[in-house]
Design a binder for this molecule. Sequence first.
Ligand code: ATP
Ligand code: MG
Ligand code: FE
Length: 342
Amino acid sequence: MLVLGIETSCDETGVALYDSERGLLADALFSQIDLHRVYGGVVPELASRDHIKRILPLIEQVLNEAHCSKQDIQGIVYTAGPGLVGALLVGASCAQALAFAWDVPAVGVHHMEGHLLAPMLEETPPQFPFVALLVSGGHTQLVRVDEIGQYRLLGESIDDAAGEAFDKTAKMMGLRYPGGPEIARLAEKGVSGRFVLPKPMTDRPGLEFSFSGLKTATLTAWQKCLAAGDDCEQTRADLAHAFQAAVVTTLTIKCQRALQQEGLKNLVIAGGVSANQALRKSLESMLVKHGGQVFYARPEFCTDNGAMIAYAGCQRLLAGQHEGRAIHVRARWPLEELPALL
Ligand code: ATP
Ligand code: MG
Ligand code: FE
């Protein structure tokens, strides 16, 4: 089955063609980062308007790249939530209009299910069951995954998401948006030991996360440096290093706990923060000790993309799930509400 996938939940217009037999045929992305950078974060109205401009040319682009015509498309899938409602509506209405015109089924996909299944597009996909750590701009969740659509939330952040903490901390330190990759780059030049930051909620049992205290602790440390007239590049790098180390250690401890609690060996990490090299390394060495394995997507499929949506939606269409022609999106949508595949 050849499926067109459309992602417009935030500030990336992602489009892809996925074929259940031949795999991923083409994917294209337009990132609005430059558009939002001057504001230091995503401006929802600007995001919606830009998706409108990009979506049809991107669809033509993937059709050309895959040497397919619109008559070959057998289903259209799109991100229906969670995300920015205006942005979601652009993708949903475009998808439903094309599905009506081409007389093919359409189905709305959960954005986080897309992230979670992105590692399935890699050469060695994970086997079910596994524990998934979803770490993105809006989510930090540990989920037990028994099958596609069978998700049990084990724990999540009670305040900021991990990606959000990276972005906000970077902004406080005068770094560019989005802050995750900026902090990661800076942290490479940093030396450990100079700043010691808290590892939130690791000293008590449970699988909850909290990143807002760490963000404040980092700000306090940074303000102290500024007051002492020390804002040199090395100081910034050392602090970025300490912040990243605190996040990575916290996530690693909770992943190990979740695997132990569930009696599982396989860990999947997904979402933008799963592109972080220090996090990957830390989880890999933890799992070597415990005889498990960590799975993740290629870096460009960790952040938002059309390929993960095309893949996830294709599985649902193949299972016979689709919806009518109504255009329906959700800003909030718990992953556990998704139906099982069969
Ligand atoms: P959600 O998926 O929860 O709706 P989102 O779609 O905005 O949120 P993603 O696109 O999955 O989030 O990821 C973007 C986030 O990932 C940003 O917060 C960004 O700073 C972070 N990020 C990207 N690369 C890295 C990296 N190398 N290290 C740390 N964080 C990173
Ligand atoms: Mg984004
Ligand atoms: Fe995302």
